[in-house]
Design a protein around this ligand. Structure first.
Ligand code: GTP
Length: 504
């Protein structure tokens, strides 16, 4: 972590990127900028110049990369990328000659038999010769792979070409041994579960939400056919026997393999999780995820340690018996929201859409911060501005860091104050974005705010105050770091999950 005077603006020396340092919390005086690989020059009113090299944590890269290979804010695009795929061209057929019967006159009976066998070319039902074809070009398929967790690698390699089909391997003479050119294998591209595949600026192709889901995105070219070349005087006679005779030079295009399809695609990753952890940077979301699941997220005491959602699995409640493992769920730790996240500030906007498929939210609040209730309101306000439906989703509030005296002392008053924010009204619609409505959403989305549930316009919902949305299911004071009251919290999360399961 590098400290700089607070009145600095940071400017990249190529002038392409001008940024005010990101303010992690509205009520702190600290600013931070995380950047990969940029040489930054900072200037203040007094024209004091510093040259600093900023590096982004958690991105693996070769130490030799130069500023030219700079990827601007790659963490913002871990979940969105444009790639181009090209299926393989078809292999070529061949222009073939019939063997000259006079050149190889059979000498004896055996030779005659051999000749006959040789001329036993494959024929179609109508008697025409079946001539070999060029191999089919490789198709391109995108499939959901559980082993993948981000789309970052596609920023390094954004072009994929399948192999072309094999040509008909012939020396120009028709023989009974001639075979079709080899078909090329399908190029299979793995993407994380929950990836949505769209045509670039176009229609939705697939939502690869389950392991094994796949979509054929580009079809390989057909192989070319083969044709027989005949001297003019024999052509007429042969054409009575077969249609595969080359009439003139323009027929040669039929021999060439067809080109494979090329498409530009947009891949959008939607995290598939039952529970979404939200909160300001540094609230302790990653620590909580690590405490209650086997996930190993990066944890550090500077904001935005989490650059992409970490997923963890929460087991069912063993105390309920084997048959009651109903609360088994996936948790996603979403990178810290900041004020203005819905407008794209900080890391927020791209991550907000990952809440779409969650059923239960867990607000993590740093109870030792200057104004925890304000922090809580900031996060709620960001959710409301991005998609008011998120505020109708059942949620639990975690007042974290109660091991610290300043948090412990005000826990009762904070709990009471937070419980007071909201109404008792139960929302009328089931809020969790179903897969269908996720699809509907994606056709209109293009990386922008989610569309709300039908019936009530999102404008109407945005006019509602935070107080008009439901209260939390529970407010629990914990210290995830010291393991204080974690069991109570788990109980509440499981109860919340059971509740949403029942209401589905
Ligand atoms: N004292 C105390 N510190 C905690 C507790 N929980 C988390 N922390 C510390 O708070 C800091 C931030 O924790 P993280 O889990 O990285 O916070 P985060 O909300 O995931 O942060 P972002 O990745 O920026 O969104 C770390 O230094 C943690 O050790 C707690 O219960 N008590």
């Amino acid at each position: 972590m590098l400290s700089l005077p607070s009145n600095l603006n940071l400017r990249f020396h190529d002038n392409t990127f001008l940024s005010s340092p990101i303010l992690p919390q509205s009520n702190t005086s600290h600013s931070s900028l995380i950047y990969r690989h940029g040489w930054c020059r900072s200037n203040s009113e007094n024209f004091v110049h510093y040259t600093i090299k900023c590096r982004l944590a958690r991105v693996n890269e070769s130490p030799s990369s130069s500023p030219d290979t700079l990827i601007k804010e790659p963490h913002k695009y871990f979940d969105q990328v444009i790639i181009t795929v090209r299926a393989g061209d078809g292999g070529h057929g061949a222009v073939l000659n019939m063997p000259n019967p006079r050149a190889a006159k059979p000498q004896g009976k055996q030779d005659k038999e051999k000749m006959w066998k040789k001329s036993a070319y494959k024929r179609d039902f109508d008697g025409s010769l079946i001539l070999p074809m060029g191999g089919h070009g490789g198709d391109v398929v995108i499939y959901a792979d559980e082993g993948k967790d981000s789309l970052l690698e596609f920023h390094k390699k954004g072009r994929f070409n399948a192999k072309r089909g094999g040509n008909v391997d012939a020396m120009g003479l028709l023989t009974s041994q001639l075979r079709n050119g080899l078909a090329s294998p399908t190029l299979r591209i793995p993407v994380p579960l929950g990836t949505v595949v769209k045509r670039k600026r176009g229609k939705l192709l697939a939502d690869l939400a389950r392991p094994g889901d796949e979509i054929l995105v580009a079809r390989g070219g057909q192989g070319g056919i083969s044709l027989l070349e005949m001297p003019e005087h024999r052509r007429k006679k042969l054409m009575a026997l077969t249609t595969n005779v080359m009439r003139d030079d323009s027929d040669k295009v039929l021999v060439l393999g067809q080109p494979g399809e090329e498409v530009s695609l947009e891949l959008i990753l939607r995290v598939v999780a039952d529970v979404g952890l939200v909160g300001l940077p540094n609230a302790g979301k990653s620590t909580l995820l690590a405490a209650i699941t086997l996930a190993k997220p990066d944890i550090a005491d500077y904001p935005f340690t989490t650059l992409m959602p970490n997923l963890g699995r929460l087991d069912g409640d063993p105390s309920l018996g084997a048959g009651m493992y109903s609360s088994e769920a996936t948790l996603a730790d979403l990178p810290g929201l900041i004020e203005g996240a819905h407008l794209g500030k900080g890391l927020g906007r791209n991550f907000l859409r990952h809440l779409r498929r969650t059923r239960l939210l867990v607000h993590v609040v740093d109870a030792a911060s200057e104004n925890p209730v304000n922090d809580y309101r900031t996060v709620k306000e960001e959710l409301r501005m991005y998609n008011p439906d998120y505020l109708e989703r059942p949620y639990i509030v975690v007042l974290n860091k109660i091991d610290l005296p300043e948090a412990r002392d005000r826990l009762p008053s904070l709990t009471e104050e937070i419980m007071r924010i909201g109404s008792d009204e139960v929302p009328s619609e089931p809020e969790r974005g179903s897969d269908d409505d996720a699809l509907q959403l994606l056709t209109t989305e293009g990386g922008h705010a989610d569309v709300s549930s039908p019936g009530i316009s999102s404008k109407d919902k945005k006019d509602k105050e935070i107080e008009d949305y439901p209260r939390p299911l529970a407010v629990v004071g914990v210290s995830v770091l010291k393991g204080i009251r974690i069991n109570e919290l788990l109980k509440e999360i499981r109860a919340g999950l059971r509740k949403v399961q029942r209401s589905q």
